[in-house]
Design a binder for this molecule. Structure first.
Ligand SMILES: Cc1cc2nc3c(=O)[nH]c(=O)nc-3n(C[C@H](O)[C@H](O)[C@H](O)COP(=O)(O)OP(=O)(O)OC[C@H]3O[C@@H](n4cnc5c(N)ncnc54)[C@H](O)[C@@H]3O)c2cc1C
Length: 527
């Protein structure tokens, strides 16, 4: 294609065809002196190399960056830039700083991926919404520094909090297929969630309670009571507000819950692959598709982004049945996630600070990327190893995670998203935060409040289903008579009361009939 484009004579060149010819070293030197508001990437390469032209074409749909190529004919120039091998990429930043970029392998995919991941480099859009003026938008989002190669406990726990207290709350009561899906999903969580002990204990308690329920319909409030630890079972804790770290967005409407959900799904599927014995005795063992299918049913039944669940269902229908091993299940989810990334690149929901590029990027996993005959290809063996490392419990970092302290009293009703959204005092002292989350339910405000649009990542779409209705549901979940009885406890009391009255009546009639018969037999005149 490059040859074809370059062989065009100037007269009939397509109007949007980018200049692919090399520039002169002197042009680059003058670029260094003149400030450009964009990044300028200069690929230094030999005459026969296509890398520079390929990277120019790769970056063509992106804005805030221009790519140029220079041939390695002027040795003095190469020395001046510090180039010791070619191809190399010299980057001039918008603020004037410059230098050679450091990448794992000098391949087209590595250069392109690096450049696409630069802050503010994003796909061109036909129209961009106006960025809200900071003065009009008083939200101050406190940025938490994090390492992209790590998983954060705070993200997984915030995601679980949102899933259990907000997303599920859209379902007033659960029965039939919905209840079965919830039971299986909670079983998968209880057995495979690699996080902290108090959270695992909460999930295990929820799972045992669901598994032993004699009812075929349960009110959501009963689930909420358990998640809020109304019974004060010791050692149980789940934070009751959102705190994104690796899932932070540069603006409140970006990333957040959906990001944490992806991370949770990858973590569960990797854990199932690396610790298959964890599912023994659950009915989900020995089936390589079991966890994937459970995730699929969760997305189909409960995920509050309906558009997302439809897309996911299409992908599942197409190829989930072809998964035959636990490793294939891990790779299936990875591939489909990349398909979603690809579809959403340049979409309005894309956070410019976290552009959607094929993942893992070359800086995270150089061995995952290869080139075959000049075309990028994945080394799936390496990708699998990487996924197993990245999504393992050992890669979980507790930085920023709330201290469960005395877990017996933790995890009360949600406290709203004030701290996350910086609406109140953005960074309260640690002690104060803990005191708030560890207060016993009786001291908490009487009407629990769910977070308002707590960084859902998909704007209004996620809020639509679970937002208002969910909030109403959760608000209804106040203890009966202020004594800590849940609605399920009360219904069980009524059932027991009726059952014992019936039993007493049956016993009464039984003994009456028996005593009558006895009297008749003893008063009968003997023959
Ligand atoms: C099941 C599902 C379906 C969705 N479908 C849609 C949709 O149809 N339309 C829509 O607008 N939004 C959809 N979303 C939301 C969308 O995928 C993103 O979650 C959202 O745009 C936020 O993106 P993000 O930058 O946080 O990265 P995300 O895509 O959310 O990824 C989160 C993190 O996972 C890691 N990661 C990235 N790619 C991979 C991969 N291939 N394998 C393993 N880990 C990876 C990275 O660390 C990344 O930061 C869906 C979300 C889910 C959970």
């Amino acid at each position: 294609m490059i040859d074809f484009l370059q062989n065009h004579t100037d007269g009939d060149r397509p109007p949007a065809c980018p200049p692919l010819d090399p520039v002169r070293p002197s042009d680059v030197l003058s670029l260094m002196d003149s400030r450009d508001s964009r990044y300028v990437a200069v690929l230094l390469e030999s005459n026969s190399s296509y890398v520079g032209r390929e990277v120019i074409l790769d970056l063509l749909p992106y804005e805030n960056i221009v790519v140029k190529r220079v041939l390695n004919t002027d040795k003095g120039f190469l020395e001046k830039l510090g180039v010791s091998s070619i191809p190399s990429c010299y980057l001039i930043y918008p603020n004037g700083t410059r230098g050679l970029i450091n990448i794992g392998k000098p391949l087209r995919s590595f250069f392109s991926s690096y450049l696409k991941s630069l802050p503010d480099v994003r796909k061109k859009l036909l129209s961009l919404p106006e960025k809200p003026n900071k003065e009009e938008n008083p939200e101050i989002v406190v940025w938490r520094e994090f390492d992209r190669s790590k998983l954060y406990t705070a993200d997984l726990e915030s995601g679980l909090h949102y899933l259990l207290r907000v997303e599920l709350a859209a379902h007033k009561s659960l029965a039939g297929a919905e209840l079965r899906t919830l039971k299986d999903f909670v079983t998968v969580l209880a057995k495979l969630f690699p996080g902290r002990a108090p959270v695992k204990k909460l999930l295990e308690t929820l799972q045992e309670w669901l598994a032993n329920l004699p009812l075929d319909r349960i009110p959501y409030n009963a689930v909420l009571d358990l998640v809020n630890n109304k019974m004060r079972i010791s050692g149980i804790f789940l934070i009751n507000h959102i705190k994104w770290v690796g899932c932070q967005g540069s603006r409140p409407e970006f990333r957040g819950y959906t990001c944490s959900l992806w991370k949770l799904f990858h973590t569960l599927i990797v854990e199932a692959g690396t610790h298959p014995e964890a599912l023994d005795g659950t009915g989900l063992e020995d089936d390589p598709q079991a966890v994937l299918q459970t995730i699929r049913r969760y997305i189909h039944t409960f995920f509050s982004c309906k558009e997302c669940s439809e897309h996911f269902e299409e992908m599942a229908k197409e190829s989930m049945d072809s998964v035959k091993t636990a490793d294939q299940a891990i790779l299936w989810l990875w591939k489909k996630h990349n398909l979603v990334n690809n579809r959403l690149a340049g979409h309005l929901s894309e956070d410019p600070k976290f552009p959607k590029v094929p993942w893992p990027t070359p800086d995270l996993c150089p061995a995952c990327h290869e080139e075959i005959k000049g075309l990028h290809s994945w080394n799936e063996g390496q990708v699998l190893l990487f996924l197993k490392r990245h999504y393992s419990g050992d890669n979980l970092v507790d930085a920023y995670a709330e201290d469960p302290g005395d877990a017996s009293e933790g995890g009360g009703p949600p406290q709203g998203g004030e701290r996350e959204r910086g609406l109140a005092s953005p960074e309260k002292p640690q002690g104060e935060q803990h005191a708030k989350s560890l207060r016993p339910p009786s001291l908490l405000p009487p009407r629990p409040r769910l977070p308002d649009g707590s960084q859902l990542g998909l704007d209004g779409r996620l809020q639509s289903a679970s937002g208002a209705e969910g909030r109403r549901e959760a608000e209804a979940a106040v203890p009966f008579l202020g004594m800590g009885f849940s609605s399920l406890d009360m219904s069980l009391c009524v059932v027991l009361y009726v059952a014992s009255s019936l039993f007493l009546m049956v016993m009464y009639f039984f003994f009456r009939v028996r005593s009558k018969r006895w009297k008749v037999r003893h008063h009968r005149p003997s023959v």
